[in-house]
Design a protein around this ligand. Structure first.
Ligand code: SF4
Ligand code: SF4
Length: 173
């Protein structure tokens, strides 16, 4: 008989303890995110994949296609091509990262002489193939510009290489 009442008391006590926790959290701000209707705000220290910094003045990237990021990357995952647009200026015509191989070491961000790269706050990354992880930074830049209603940065196209003259063929001046 004593055990019976003891069990009732223990049960009632654990009910009270549980309700105390519920009531304590009831008054605190909600931390559950209603995904996918809501998006998380990532911490400033979060490292997503790299992306171009958009210069506030020029509203475009600052990349000069110097290839330093490409050379320093330990995973050699940056596919970069530059085009000379005039005697002094070179711009990237292709900048694609194979993100699936990225170790987020940050060497490319640190080495860039024009501070053209930063970490994105992208976390919604998934795919069915490895190629789905390849990120085109120039296209991404255009998407961001489009979203802000800014003019899109044209992507310069490399000039098709002229075929080498055949042996013995006269080169016309
Ligand atoms: S963070 Fe490191 S591994 Fe990733 S692209 Fe930059 S240099 Fe390469
Ligand atoms: S180091 Fe900077 S400026 Fe040079 S190619 Fe890479 S992103 Fe562009």
């Amino acid at each position: 008989m004593i055990n019976y009442f003891k069990e009732i008391l223990v049960g009632f006590w654990s009910l009270l303890a549980g309700m105390a926790v519920t009531i304590r959290y009831f008054t605190k701000p909600i931390v559950t995110v209603q995904y996918p209707r809501q998006k998380l705000t990532m911490s400033p220290r979060y490292r997503g994949h790299t992306e171009f910094v958009i210069d506030e003045e020029t509203r475009t990237h600052r990349c000069i296609a110097c290839e330093m990021c490409n050379r320093i990357c330990p995973s050699q995952l940056i596919s970069l091509q530059g085009v000379k647009v005039d005697a002094k200026k070179k711009l990237p015509s292709r900048y694609i990262i194979a993100y699936q191989y990225c170790s987020l070491c940050g060497l490319c961000v640190e080495v860039c002489p024009t501070k053209a790269l930063k970490w994105s706050d992208e976390y919604l990354l998934c795919g069915f193939t490895r190629e789905d992880s390849e990120i085109d930074l120039l296209r991404r830049l255009q998407d961001q510009q489009y979203a802000k209603g800014w003019p899109l940065t044209p992507i310069p196209r490399p000039k098709p290489e002229e075929p080498a003259p055949a042996k013995g063929e006269e080169v016309k001046e």
